[in-house]
Design a protein around this ligand. Structure first.
Ligand SMILES: C[S@@+](CC[C@H](N)C(=O)[O-])C[C@H]1O[C@@H](n2cnc3c(N)ncnc32)[C@H](O)[C@@H]1O
Length: 211
C-alpha cells in the first residue's frame, strides 16, 4: 500500500516491504519502466516522459522543493506517466524498489562529494551497484554521466566491476537522450562531461540468493 501525497507523488506506508510496479502505476503496470535517481528539478525526467508516453518513469529525489516542482510541472503539462518518490536513493535502491522491474536506470550527475571526509556520502558503492543490477530486467541498462573526472573514474570502475554488466557504446546518436538541468549548467561552465552505458547481460549471483 502506498500513501499518495499528491496525484503523482507517493510514499511507502511500509518501509520493510518492496513496492510493486502495479502499486506505482496501477493503470498500466506492464509498460517499460525507467528510473531517474536524483532527478533534481525534473527537466530530463519530464522531457523523457513527454517523448515516450508508452513508457513509465519514476523520479527519486530527496529535496522536497524539487519533488513538488517536478509534480507541478508534470501536472501543468498533463504528463501522466511519471511518479515521484521523495526518499534517499541508497535506501530506495537497496530495499524499496521492485527487483527485475526497470528497463533503464538513469544516474545523471550524482553529487561527487570530492572531499575525503565526505566519501561515505557517495552514492555509487559496491552494494549500490549490485542492488541496481537487481532492479534491472535482463537487457536493461544503467546510464551514468558525470562532470567530475575523478568521481567519474571511481564510480565507473565500481560499475564496470559488476560481472553482470556489459559496457556498450553510447555515441550521441545511440538514441534520443535529453540534457539534464545540471548538464546544461556544467557545459556552460566548460566542464567535461563523461558518460557510461552498461547493459545487464546476466544476473550473476541471483537476487533471490542474496535476499
Ligand atoms: C547534481 S544534482 C543532479 C540533478 C539532475 N540529475 C540533473 O542532472 O540535473 C543531484 C541531485 O541528486 C539529489 N540527491 C543527492 N543525494 C541524494 C540522495 N542520497 N537521495 C536522493 N536524492 C539525492 C540532489 O538533491 C540533487 O537534486
Amino acid at each position: 500500500m502506498l500513501d499518495w501525497i499528491e496525484p503523482l507523488e507517493f510514499a511507502p506506508l511500509d518501509c520493510f516491504r518492496r513496492v510493486s510496479v502495479a502499486e506505482m502505476f496501477p493503470d498500466r503496470p506492464e509498460a517499460p519502466l525507467e528510473l531517474d535517481l536524483g532527478c533534481g528539478d525534473g527537466g530530463f525526467l519530464l522531457a523523457m516522459a513527454r517523448q515516450h508516453p508508452e513508457r513509465n518513469f519514476l523520479g527519486v529525489e530527496r529535496l522536497l522543493g524539487r519533488v513538488r516542482k517536478v509534480c507541478r510541472r508534470a501536472w501543468r503539462s498533463e504528463i501522466s506517466n511519471v511518479r515521484l518518490l521523495r526518499l534517499e536513493t541508497s535506501y530506495t535502491v537497496n530495499w524499496l524498489l521492485p527487483r527485475e522491474a526497470f528497463t533503464r536506470i538513469h544516474l545523471l550527475f550524482p553529487d561527487p562529494w570530492p572531499k575525503k571526509k565526505h566519501e561515505e556520502r557517495r552514492l555509487v558503492t559496491p552494494q549500490f551497484v549490485r542492488a541496481a543490477a537487481d532492479l534491472l530486467v535482463p537487457g536493461g541498462e544503467i546510464l551514468f554521466k558525470s562532470d567530475h573526472p575523478s568521481y567519474f573514474a571511481e564510480a565507473a570502475a565500481l560499475l564496470r566491476a559488476e560481472p553482470a554488466f556489459v559496457e556498450t557504446d553510447w555515441g550521441p546518436d545511440a538514441f534520443p537522450y535529453f540534457e539534464t538541468d545540471f548538464e546544461r549548467r556544467w557545459k556552460a561552465e566548460g566542464k567535461p562531461i563523461q558518460g557510461l552505458r552498461l547493459v545487464l547481460a546476466t544476473r550473476g549471483m541471483s537476487a533471490a540468493s542474496r535476499s
